[in-house]
Structures are given as structure tokens and as C-alpha cells.
Design a protein around this ligand. Structure first.
Ligand code: ZN
Length: 198
């Protein structure tokens, strides 16, 4: 492997969240030192995931099947839909084991700064589920950021016509915090302490 290949590897790694140029160089070096044990298995896992993982058309989760394992799990309560910003937030709630219903991943929040409007949110599958009936509660579990709060308020207004209780997590969520950085106990407390909007 020549210098250009190494530089390209480092440049690609440096684009990953949480990795700057310095961490990317360290990661590249760790991989290059053990090409058989570390690098090829990683490359193969990445290629496999890139080919097999898709977005669930029902909830927006990432899985190798569509609908995803959560949407097709007969043990999950389809009557309770938890709305989150990102798949990372969904994974955090799953890790904490605090939600036995299903999800809707919006894929972002309303943000004038980022130019994200209502049409950019993955909301249609949730509206379709509400129209189909059988949903008893919608839980809004968006981050305690300015954008998260704005999106929560907008969703509360948007969902008013469906005659389904809409609750929101609030208690215990630190201001400015995204869900996926919280510990399991904080997540559980936030979900348990949700309030019904009236
Ligand atoms: Zn799904």
C-alpha cells in the first residue's frame, strides 16, 4: 500500500462522527498494523452492511429487513408509538429496554438554521398508522434542544385531529441533550414521567 492509499483511508475515517484527523490517523495505523485480524474483517462487515441494511418503510429504523424486527415483533405493542429524532435515539431506548411499543423515526427536527421543514420529516408513515386506527398513544421523545422543543410543539398541533393521546417526555431530560447520549436510568425516568398533552 502506497502513501496515497493511506492518506485516502485517513481522510475517509476523519469524516466519521467523533473522529478528527488525529483520531483517524490512530485508527488507520491500528488497522494497518493488523490487516488480516482487524482491517479485512472490518472492510467485509462494512461491505456486507452497506449491501443488506435498509430503512424500515413503517418506522424508519435501520435493519436488514423491511419491515424491521421491531415492527414485526408480535410481542411489541403497536398501539403505543414512540416518536424519536434519529435511529440512534431508537437504539438508545432499545438498549435501555424502556419502551415495549413501536417507533417512528423522524430523521431530524424542524430547524430554520438547517433548512429542515415539515416536508423533510419522515412523518407520513405515522399519519398512515393513525388513520388506520389501533394507535392508543403517541409518545414524543425528542431531544431537549430548541429544535426538539419546536418540533414537539408542532407535532402536538399536527396530531390533534386524530383523537389519540399525545404525551411527551420531559422530566429528567437535561437541556440541550440528545437522547442517545443519556444513560439507561435517565431514559427510563424520562419515559415513565411523560405527560399527556391536553
Ligand atoms: Zn420498523
Amino acid at each position: 500500500m502506497g502513501g496515497a492509499d493511506i492518506e485516502r483511508l485517513i481522510a475517509l475515517l476523519a469524516r466519521l462522527p467523533g473522529l478528527g484527523p488525529r483520531s483517524a490517523r490512530r485508527a488507520a495505523l491500528a488497522l494497518l498494523r493488523q490487516p488480516q485480524a482487524r482491517m479485512l474483517p472490518l472492510a467485509q462487515a462494512m461491505e456486507q452492511a452497506a449491501r443488506s441494511v435498509r430503512t424500515c418503510s413503517t418506522c424508519g429504523n435501520l435493519d436488514t429487513r423491511d419491515p424491521c424486527a421491531i415492527c414485526t415483533d408480535p410481542g411489541r405493542d403497536r398501539g403505543v408509538v414512540c416518536v424519536v429524532e434519529t435511529v440512534g435515539d431508537l437504539w438508545a431506548l432499545e438498549r435501555a429496554g424502556v419502551h415495549r411499543g413501536v417507533y417512528q423515526v423522524l430523521g431530524g427536527t424542524l430547524s430554520a438554521l438547517a433548512g429542515t421543514g415539515p416536508d423533510d420529516l419522515n412523518l407520513a408513515p405515522l399519519l398512515a398508522r393513525l388513520e388506520a386506527g389501533g394507535v392508543r398513544e403517541v409518545i414524543l421523545a425528542l431531544g431537549a434542544t430548541v429544535e426538539g422543543a419546536a418540533t414537539t410543539h408542532w407535532l402536538q398541533d399536527r396530531l390533534v385531529g386524530f383523537d389519540v393521546p399525545v404525551s411527551r417526555v420531559g422530566q429528567g431530560l437535561p437541556m440541550g441533550g440528545a437522547l442517545d447520549v443519556l444513560d439507561d436510568g435517565t431514559l427510563a425516568a424520562a419515559l415513565t414521567a411523560r405527560k399527556i398533552h391536553s
